[in-house]
Design a protein around this ligand. Structure first.
Ligand code: PBG
Length: 335
Protein backbone atom coordinates (compact mmCIF):
# COMPACT_ATOMS: atom_id res chain seq x y z
CA UNK A 1 0.00 0.00 0.00
CA UNK A 2 1.45 3.36 -0.97
CA UNK A 3 1.14 6.52 1.01
CA UNK A 4 -0.13 8.23 -2.13
CA UNK A 5 -3.09 5.85 -2.44
CA UNK A 6 -6.42 7.22 -1.21
CA UNK A 7 -7.31 6.32 2.34
CA UNK A 8 -8.91 2.85 2.42
CA UNK A 9 -11.03 3.72 5.46
CA UNK A 10 -13.61 2.41 6.21
CA UNK A 11 -12.83 -0.68 4.12
CA UNK A 12 -9.79 -1.11 6.37
CA UNK A 13 -10.51 -0.77 10.08
CA UNK A 14 -7.48 -2.28 11.91
CA UNK A 15 -9.45 -2.19 15.16
CA UNK A 16 -11.63 -5.08 13.88
CA UNK A 17 -8.75 -7.41 14.76
CA UNK A 18 -8.39 -5.95 18.25
CA UNK A 19 -12.03 -6.07 19.26
CA UNK A 20 -12.07 -9.28 21.29
CA UNK A 21 -9.58 -11.57 22.99
CA UNK A 22 -10.24 -14.57 20.73
CA UNK A 23 -9.38 -12.58 17.61
CA UNK A 24 -6.36 -10.98 19.26
CA UNK A 25 -5.21 -14.47 20.26
CA UNK A 26 -5.63 -15.67 16.69
CA UNK A 27 -3.59 -12.96 15.00
CA UNK A 28 -0.86 -12.59 17.62
CA UNK A 29 2.59 -12.83 15.99
CA UNK A 30 4.87 -13.51 18.96
CA UNK A 31 4.64 -15.32 22.27
CA UNK A 32 6.89 -15.94 25.25
CA UNK A 33 7.54 -19.38 26.63
CA UNK A 34 9.67 -20.52 29.60
CA UNK A 35 11.79 -22.29 26.95
CA UNK A 36 12.97 -18.84 25.82
CA UNK A 37 14.77 -18.07 29.06
CA UNK A 38 18.29 -18.57 30.34
CA UNK A 39 18.53 -17.78 34.05
CA UNK A 40 21.81 -16.14 35.18
CA UNK A 41 22.78 -17.04 38.76
CA UNK A 42 25.58 -15.95 41.07
CA UNK A 43 27.45 -18.53 43.11
CA UNK A 44 29.92 -18.22 45.96
CA UNK A 45 31.81 -20.53 48.31
CA UNK A 46 30.52 -22.13 51.47
CA UNK A 47 27.32 -23.79 52.58
CA UNK A 48 23.90 -22.41 53.36
CA UNK A 49 25.10 -18.96 52.40
CA UNK A 50 22.88 -16.45 50.62
CA UNK A 51 23.81 -12.80 50.17
CA UNK A 52 21.31 -10.44 48.54
CA UNK A 53 22.64 -8.23 45.73
CA UNK A 54 21.60 -4.77 46.88
CA UNK A 55 21.20 -3.25 43.42
CA UNK A 56 19.27 -6.28 42.09
CA UNK A 57 16.23 -6.85 44.33
CA UNK A 58 15.25 -10.54 44.36
CA UNK A 59 18.72 -11.72 43.26
CA UNK A 60 21.13 -13.39 45.68
CA UNK A 61 24.56 -14.90 45.54
CA UNK A 62 24.08 -18.53 46.58
CA UNK A 63 26.27 -21.34 47.78
CA UNK A 64 25.99 -24.47 45.62
CA UNK A 65 23.72 -26.33 48.07
CA UNK A 66 21.22 -23.46 47.91
CA UNK A 67 21.44 -23.32 44.12
CA UNK A 68 20.14 -26.88 43.77
CA UNK A 69 16.51 -26.06 44.70
CA UNK A 70 16.63 -23.14 42.25
CA UNK A 71 17.80 -25.52 39.54
CA UNK A 72 14.96 -27.86 40.43
CA UNK A 73 12.42 -25.09 39.99
CA UNK A 74 13.93 -24.26 36.58
CA UNK A 75 13.42 -27.87 35.52
CA UNK A 76 9.82 -27.81 36.76
CA UNK A 77 9.11 -24.54 34.97
CA UNK A 78 10.72 -25.60 31.68
CA UNK A 79 13.57 -23.10 31.78
CA UNK A 80 16.19 -24.86 29.63
CA UNK A 81 19.46 -23.36 30.88
CA UNK A 82 21.16 -21.77 33.87
CA UNK A 83 24.08 -19.37 33.32
CA UNK A 84 26.68 -19.46 36.10
CA UNK A 85 28.63 -16.46 37.36
CA UNK A 86 31.10 -16.78 40.23
CA UNK A 87 31.80 -14.40 43.06
CA UNK A 88 35.38 -15.37 43.87
CA UNK A 89 36.94 -14.87 47.31
CA UNK A 90 39.23 -11.84 47.26
CA UNK A 91 42.14 -13.96 48.54
CA UNK A 92 42.02 -16.05 45.34
CA UNK A 93 42.25 -13.08 42.98
CA UNK A 94 45.49 -12.01 41.32
CA UNK A 95 46.46 -9.87 38.30
CA UNK A 96 46.41 -12.94 36.00
CA UNK A 97 43.16 -14.43 37.27
CA UNK A 98 44.90 -17.80 37.69
CA UNK A 99 42.08 -19.23 39.79
CA UNK A 100 40.06 -19.32 36.55
CA UNK A 101 42.14 -22.35 35.48
CA UNK A 102 41.55 -24.36 38.66
CA UNK A 103 39.85 -27.63 37.62
CA UNK A 104 38.37 -27.86 41.13
CA UNK A 105 37.44 -24.20 41.38
CA UNK A 106 34.02 -22.89 42.31
CA UNK A 107 32.56 -23.05 38.80
CA UNK A 108 33.77 -26.57 37.88
CA UNK A 109 32.43 -27.83 41.23
CA UNK A 110 29.10 -26.12 40.62
CA UNK A 111 28.85 -27.61 37.12
CA UNK A 112 29.47 -31.12 38.50
CA UNK A 113 26.93 -30.71 41.28
CA UNK A 114 24.25 -29.44 38.89
CA UNK A 115 24.84 -32.04 36.17
CA UNK A 116 24.80 -34.82 38.76
CA UNK A 117 21.46 -33.78 40.25
CA UNK A 118 19.74 -32.37 37.16
CA UNK A 119 21.23 -33.85 33.97
CA UNK A 120 18.16 -32.59 32.08
CA UNK A 121 18.98 -28.95 32.87
CA UNK A 122 21.43 -27.13 30.57
CA UNK A 123 24.38 -25.46 32.25
CA UNK A 124 26.13 -22.57 30.62
CA UNK A 125 29.19 -20.77 31.96
CA UNK A 126 30.68 -17.39 31.36
CA UNK A 127 34.25 -17.55 30.13
CA UNK A 128 35.95 -14.37 31.28
CA UNK A 129 38.65 -13.25 33.67
CA UNK A 130 36.94 -10.38 35.47
CA UNK A 131 35.61 -12.38 38.44
CA UNK A 132 39.14 -13.72 39.00
CA UNK A 133 41.40 -10.70 38.44
CA UNK A 134 42.42 -8.41 41.29
CA UNK A 135 41.90 -5.43 38.92
CA UNK A 136 38.46 -6.54 37.68
CA UNK A 137 39.36 -6.36 33.98
CA UNK A 138 38.51 -9.18 31.55
CA UNK A 139 42.11 -9.56 30.45
CA UNK A 140 45.78 -9.31 31.36
CA UNK A 141 47.25 -5.83 31.60
CA UNK A 142 50.68 -4.89 30.23
CA UNK A 143 53.07 -2.27 31.62
CA UNK A 144 51.34 0.49 29.64
CA UNK A 145 47.96 -0.41 31.14
CA UNK A 146 46.64 -1.97 27.92
CA UNK A 147 44.50 -5.13 28.08
CA UNK A 148 46.55 -7.56 25.99
CA UNK A 149 44.73 -9.87 23.61
CA UNK A 150 46.61 -13.04 22.72
CA UNK A 151 47.93 -13.84 26.19
CA UNK A 152 44.42 -13.33 27.56
CA UNK A 153 43.01 -15.73 24.96
CA UNK A 154 45.39 -18.45 26.18
CA UNK A 155 43.94 -18.14 29.68
CA UNK A 156 40.37 -18.15 28.36
CA UNK A 157 41.08 -21.38 26.50
CA UNK A 158 42.27 -22.96 29.75
CA UNK A 159 39.17 -21.75 31.57
CA UNK A 160 36.83 -23.08 28.87
CA UNK A 161 38.59 -26.47 28.98
CA UNK A 162 38.25 -26.63 32.78
CA UNK A 163 34.50 -26.06 32.39
CA UNK A 164 34.23 -28.62 29.58
CA UNK A 165 36.08 -31.24 31.65
CA UNK A 166 33.57 -30.62 34.44
CA UNK A 167 30.72 -31.33 32.01
CA UNK A 168 29.37 -27.93 31.04
CA UNK A 169 26.88 -27.94 28.16
CA UNK A 170 27.72 -24.54 26.74
CA UNK A 171 30.47 -21.99 27.27
CA UNK A 172 29.87 -18.31 26.68
CA UNK A 173 32.98 -16.17 26.26
CA UNK A 174 32.05 -12.66 27.37
CA UNK A 175 35.44 -10.98 27.20
CA UNK A 176 35.47 -9.50 23.65
CA UNK A 177 39.08 -10.51 22.93
CA UNK A 178 39.82 -11.10 19.23
CA UNK A 179 40.14 -14.70 18.08
CA UNK A 180 38.94 -16.28 21.31
CA UNK A 181 36.09 -18.24 19.77
CA UNK A 182 38.40 -19.94 17.26
CA UNK A 183 41.01 -20.70 19.91
CA UNK A 184 38.41 -22.17 22.29
CA UNK A 185 36.75 -24.19 19.51
CA UNK A 186 40.11 -25.68 18.42
CA UNK A 187 40.98 -26.62 21.99
CA UNK A 188 37.56 -28.18 22.64
CA UNK A 189 37.82 -30.27 19.46
CA UNK A 190 41.42 -31.27 20.24
CA UNK A 191 40.35 -32.50 23.68
CA UNK A 192 37.36 -34.47 22.44
CA UNK A 193 34.71 -32.02 23.63
CA UNK A 194 33.05 -31.97 20.24
CA UNK A 195 29.55 -31.43 21.64
CA UNK A 196 30.30 -28.43 23.83
CA UNK A 197 28.32 -25.52 22.50
CA UNK A 198 29.68 -22.00 22.28
CA UNK A 199 27.41 -19.00 22.66
CA UNK A 200 29.54 -16.02 21.73
CA UNK A 201 28.95 -12.70 23.38
CA UNK A 202 29.56 -11.33 19.88
CA UNK A 203 28.19 -7.82 20.12
CA UNK A 204 28.97 -6.86 23.68
CA UNK A 205 28.91 -3.14 24.20
CA UNK A 206 30.91 -1.05 26.66
CA UNK A 207 27.78 -0.33 28.63
CA UNK A 208 26.99 1.47 31.86
CA UNK A 209 24.05 -0.92 32.30
CA UNK A 210 26.40 -3.59 33.75
CA UNK A 211 26.81 -1.69 37.02
CA UNK A 212 24.70 -3.91 39.31
CA UNK A 213 26.32 -7.09 37.90
CA UNK A 214 29.74 -5.80 38.87
CA UNK A 215 28.45 -5.47 42.43
CA UNK A 216 27.12 -9.01 42.25
CA UNK A 217 30.40 -10.65 41.16
CA UNK A 218 32.43 -8.25 43.26
CA UNK A 219 34.48 -6.73 40.44
CA UNK A 220 33.14 -3.18 40.80
CA UNK A 221 35.35 -1.99 43.64
CA UNK A 222 38.46 -3.44 42.01
CA UNK A 223 37.62 -1.95 38.64
CA UNK A 224 37.31 1.52 40.11
CA UNK A 225 37.24 4.16 37.42
CA UNK A 226 39.02 2.01 34.82
CA UNK A 227 36.97 1.33 31.72
CA UNK A 228 36.42 -1.52 29.33
CA UNK A 229 36.06 0.37 26.06
CA UNK A 230 39.41 -0.77 24.67
CA UNK A 231 37.80 -4.18 24.10
CA UNK A 232 34.01 -3.86 24.46
CA UNK A 233 32.10 -2.26 21.58
CA UNK A 234 31.30 1.40 21.13
CA UNK A 235 27.55 1.99 21.74
CA UNK A 236 27.53 4.20 18.66
CA UNK A 237 28.19 1.31 16.23
CA UNK A 238 26.04 -1.32 14.55
CA UNK A 239 28.00 -2.37 11.41
CA UNK A 240 30.75 -3.42 13.79
CA UNK A 241 28.32 -5.81 15.49
CA UNK A 242 27.71 -7.58 12.18
CA UNK A 243 31.44 -7.89 11.65
CA UNK A 244 31.94 -9.38 15.12
CA UNK A 245 29.11 -11.87 14.59
CA UNK A 246 30.51 -12.92 11.20
CA UNK A 247 33.93 -13.55 12.76
CA UNK A 248 32.54 -15.52 15.71
CA UNK A 249 30.44 -17.73 13.44
CA UNK A 250 33.41 -18.36 11.15
CA UNK A 251 35.52 -19.23 14.20
CA UNK A 252 33.03 -21.83 15.42
CA UNK A 253 30.30 -20.20 17.52
CA UNK A 254 26.98 -22.10 17.54
CA UNK A 255 24.94 -19.17 18.81
CA UNK A 256 25.51 -15.47 19.14
CA UNK A 257 24.42 -12.82 21.59
CA UNK A 258 23.75 -9.11 21.66
CA UNK A 259 24.27 -7.37 25.00
CA UNK A 260 22.76 -5.31 26.63
CA UNK A 261 19.22 -5.96 25.48
CA UNK A 262 16.60 -3.24 25.38
CA UNK A 263 18.91 -0.34 24.39
CA UNK A 264 20.24 -2.51 21.51
CA UNK A 265 17.09 -4.02 19.93
CA UNK A 266 18.07 -2.51 16.59
CA UNK A 267 21.35 -4.43 16.68
CA UNK A 268 19.49 -7.64 17.54
CA UNK A 269 17.20 -7.20 14.55
CA UNK A 270 20.10 -6.52 12.18
CA UNK A 271 22.02 -9.57 13.41
CA UNK A 272 19.00 -11.88 13.07
CA UNK A 273 18.13 -10.60 9.59
CA UNK A 274 21.70 -10.86 8.36
CA UNK A 275 22.78 -14.27 9.74
CA UNK A 276 19.62 -16.25 10.62
CA UNK A 277 21.41 -18.21 13.33
CA UNK A 278 20.30 -18.78 16.94
CA UNK A 279 20.52 -15.28 18.37
CA UNK A 280 20.16 -14.28 22.00
CA UNK A 281 19.73 -11.06 23.90
CA UNK A 282 21.05 -10.39 27.39
CA UNK A 283 18.67 -8.27 29.42
CA UNK A 284 21.43 -7.10 31.73
CA UNK A 285 21.56 -6.23 35.40
CA UNK A 286 20.92 -2.51 34.87
CA UNK A 287 17.78 -3.19 32.84
CA UNK A 288 16.53 -5.46 35.60
CA UNK A 289 17.40 -2.89 38.27
CA UNK A 290 15.52 -0.13 36.41
CA UNK A 291 12.29 -2.10 36.21
CA UNK A 292 12.58 -3.27 39.82
CA UNK A 293 13.25 0.25 41.08
CA UNK A 294 10.38 1.82 39.18
CA UNK A 295 7.90 -0.88 40.11
CA UNK A 296 8.90 -0.87 43.79
CA UNK A 297 8.15 2.86 43.80
CA UNK A 298 4.75 2.16 42.34
CA UNK A 299 5.65 4.00 39.12
CA UNK A 300 5.37 0.97 36.83
CA UNK A 301 3.37 -2.25 36.96
CA UNK A 302 5.98 -4.93 37.70
CA UNK A 303 4.54 -7.95 35.92
CA UNK A 304 3.23 -6.10 32.89
CA UNK A 305 6.45 -4.19 32.21
CA UNK A 306 8.50 -7.34 32.78
CA UNK A 307 6.50 -9.31 30.20
CA UNK A 308 6.41 -6.43 27.72
CA UNK A 309 10.18 -5.96 27.94
CA UNK A 310 10.76 -9.71 27.43
CA UNK A 311 8.36 -9.87 24.50
CA UNK A 312 10.26 -7.01 22.85
CA UNK A 313 13.25 -9.33 22.47
CA UNK A 314 11.20 -11.94 20.64
CA UNK A 315 9.74 -9.29 18.36
CA UNK A 316 13.22 -7.96 17.59
CA UNK A 317 14.34 -11.43 16.50
CA UNK A 318 15.78 -13.12 19.58
CA UNK A 319 15.44 -16.89 19.92
CA UNK A 320 15.88 -16.50 23.65
CA UNK A 321 16.82 -14.13 26.44
CA UNK A 322 19.24 -14.23 29.34
CA UNK A 323 17.17 -12.62 32.03
CA UNK A 324 17.17 -12.25 35.81
CA UNK A 325 13.38 -12.31 35.49
CA UNK A 326 13.43 -15.91 34.19
CA UNK A 327 11.87 -17.48 37.29
CA UNK A 328 9.26 -14.77 37.85
CA UNK A 329 8.26 -14.66 34.19
CA UNK A 330 8.11 -18.45 33.86
CA UNK A 331 5.95 -18.70 36.99
CA UNK A 332 3.58 -16.14 35.50
CA UNK A 333 3.44 -18.01 32.18
CA UNK A 334 2.67 -21.26 33.99
CA UNK A 335 -0.46 -19.78 35.60
C1 PBG B 1 31.95 -9.84 32.32
C2 PBG B 1 30.47 -9.85 32.26
C3 PBG B 1 29.69 -8.73 32.52
C4 PBG B 1 28.37 -9.14 32.41
C5 PBG B 1 28.36 -10.50 32.06
N1 PBG B 1 29.68 -10.92 31.96
C6 PBG B 1 30.06 -7.35 32.95
C7 PBG B 1 31.17 -6.64 32.34
O1 PBG B 1 31.53 -6.83 31.17
O2 PBG B 1 31.73 -5.82 33.06
C8 PBG B 1 27.20 -8.25 32.64
C9 PBG B 1 25.92 -8.87 32.94
C10 PBG B 1 24.91 -7.95 33.52
O3 PBG B 1 25.12 -6.73 33.66
O4 PBG B 1 23.84 -8.47 33.86
N2 PBG B 1 32.65 -10.86 31.81
Amino acid sequence: MHLSSPTPFPAQRPRRLRRDAFTRNLVREHALSPHDFIYPVFVHEGEKRRVPVASMPGIERLSVDLLLPVAEECVQLGIPYLALFPSIDAALKDPQGKESLNPDGLIPRTIRALKKEFPELGVMTDVALDPYTSHGQDGLIDETGYIVNDETVELLVGQALAHAEAGVDMVAPSDMMDGRIGAIRDALEAHGHIHTRIMAYSAKYASAFYGPFRDAVGSAANLGASRKDVYQMDPANTDEALREVALDLAEGADMVMVKPGMPYLDVLRRVKDEFKVPTFAYQVSGEYAMLKAASSNGWLDHDKTMMEALLAFKRAGADGVLTYFALEAARLLQK
